[in-house]
Design a protein around this ligand. Structure first.
Ligand code: DX5
Ligand code: ZN
Length: 221
């Protein structure tokens, strides 16, 4: 597998200079902008919403924006992020009253749809919707904050999801989010991930291009 994508989480960017930070990380070689939406209800933190996504588009960001909804309920935010220029919209299945409908709303809005699984959330939510997802996101930390440590049990879960994706014969991205670093990215890829969210591991370094290059070097091993 060679189609690896690096998706910096702007949760760890300097929000006072967000446009510049996104420009910098994209010119440093990032593929996707990971956009964490927290509501102080589904998760114990509060971040940014559709107006900020729209502002990044107006600023000139053309890269894919990967909106990770950590909100409950989800449908209202889906509609608003479609209008705000999202590329991917993922949500946590236990936060939606009607998972199939929420996935369909995302695709009907012209975006790519995905489900997110917390470390202890079972995978059975995929059973009847594999044909409606473009991305599966496995959380490798409990959601709400950047800078946490990777939970090792995610590796076995990634292998399980990789098997399901391969058996489906569909083109579905397998993304991992939380505690991804230069040191563990190769093992995470070996477990089946192809899309890597990294917040603190990129934004807490001085040279984003160097850090992303180190990640790609690990992925090429
Ligand atoms: C956590 C967020 C992550 C977070 C990752 O709830 O979904 O995207 O920003 O941050 P790091 O890479 O620092 O663990
Ligand atoms: Zn995230």
């Amino acid at each position: 597998m060679s189609d690896f994508k690096i998706a910096p989480s702007i949760l760890s960017a300097d929000f006072a200079r967000l446009g510049e930070e996104v420009d910098n990380v994209l010119s440093a070689g990032a593929d996707i902008v990971h956009f964490d939406v927290m509501d102080n209800h589904y998760v114990p933190n509060l971040t940014i919403g559709p107006m900020v996504c729209k502002a990044l588009r107006n600023h000139g960001v053309t890269a894919p924006i990967d909106v990770h909804l950590m909100v409950k309920p989800v449908d209202r935010m889906i509609a608003d992020f479609i209008a705000a220029g999202a590329t991917y919209i993922t949500f946590h299945p236990e936060a939606s009253e009607h998972i199939d409908r929420s996935l369909q709303m995302i695709r009907d809005g012209g975006c790519q749809a995905g489900l997110v699984f917390n470390p202890a959330t079972p995978l059975h939510y995929l059973d009847y919707v594999m044909d409606k997802v473009d991305m599966i996101l496995l959380m490798s930390v409990n959601p709400g904050f950047g800078g946490q440590s990777f939970i090792p049990a995610t590796l076995g879960k990634l292998q399980e999801v990789r098997k399901r994706i391969d058996a489906s014969g569909q083109s579905i991205r397998l993304e991992v989010d939380g505690g991804v670093t230069v040191n563990n990215i190769a093992g995470i890829a070996a477990a089946g991930a192809d899309t890597f969210v990294a917040g603190s591991a990129i934004f807490n370094t001085d040279d984003y291009a160097d850090t992303i290059a180190q990640m790609r070097a690990e992925l090429a091993k």
